[in-house]
Design a protein around this ligand. Structure first.
Ligand code: FPP
Length: 246
């Protein structure tokens, strides 16, 4: 039986988040420039997005560019931005065909104007799509997101729009970039690294973590199905006992 056939469609993770890591190492192994690793990584993005739409995962969030990534060599950043623009232009039809809505999380105002413009164009054109919400984390950092949230809530407290006693999980959720997304169910990181790197720290409170040695440009639909099957074999207790769940 194929991996796809083994997936229980009634127990799918609603929200998958991915730290796409290993593009540089993939390129280095082949004696190529790092940016060819990113270019090849864009092909894995397409595969995974299509696979999520195919099996009916509702939310997919991809860590495409972190706040810390601005510190990479200028040329690498420039080429990554170019790749983003060309991927957005090229894949608009894939998004439309598969009924996928594009959104972003992060400080997108800090992106170059040309990237921002292309992004807003695709977001606008896909805003009515319903099958899958694809969120690209761009210039995203979880600590910055939390600082922004705390500042916004503090201002509301100062202006008597909210009282401190009423600050709860939902108030915080509603101020995050992810306000329209559910909590993450499954977080995948490729390339053998086992850390979170400032990604969705609040939103992964009860996520299942899945680490694979596969480098991102080698990551295929089948690898995604493997991760989902692994997820489906876990018991999510949310702090309860096994007996309570049964
Ligand atoms: C991490 O690999 C990857 C990134 C910083 C960028 C992710 C970008 C893509 C997958 C390309 C295109 C994206 C979209 C959304 C079209 P790394 O460079 O840190 O790899 P290394 O750890 O092996 O050096």
């Amino acid at each position: 039986m194929s991996l796809l056939d083994q997936i229980d469609r009634t127990k799918l993770p609603s929200h998958i988040a991915i730290i796409m890591d290993g593009n540089g190492r993939w390129a280095k192994k082949r004696g190529l420039l790092r940016n060819l690793g990113h270019k090849s990584g864009a092909k894995s993005v397409k595969q995974v997005v299509e696979a999520c739409a195919e099996i009916n995962v509702k939310y997919l969030t991809l860590y495409a560019f972190s706040t810390e990534n601005w510190n990479r060599p200028k040329l690498e950043v420039e080429l990554l931005m170019k790749l983003l623009i060309s991927s957005l232009k090229k894949e608009l039809k894939t998004l439309q065909k598969n009924n996928i809505k594009l959104t972003t999380i992060g400080n997108v105002d800090s992106l170059p104007k040309s990237v921002h413009k292309e992004l807003m164009d695709v977001i606008e054109k896909t805003k009515k799509n319903k099958k899958l919400t694809l969120s690209l984390a761009l210039s995203y950092g979880s600590r910055e997101e939390l600082i922004k949230t705390i500042k916004e809530i503090s201002l509301k407290v100062k202006n008597n729009l909210i009282s401190p006693e009423n600050i709860d999980i939902s108030v915080i959720n509603n101020h995050l970039y992810t306000r329209n997304l559910p909590d993450v169910d499954l977080l995948i990181r490729t390339s053998g690294e086992q850390r979170i790197s400032n990604f969705l720290l609040w939103q992964i409170a009860y996520a299942e973590l899945y680490f694979t040695e596969v480098l991102w440009p080698d990551f295929t639909k089948e690898n995604l199905f493997e991760a989902i099957l692994n997820y489906q074999n876990r018991e999510r207790r949310f702090g309860k006992t096994s007996e309570q769940l049964n």
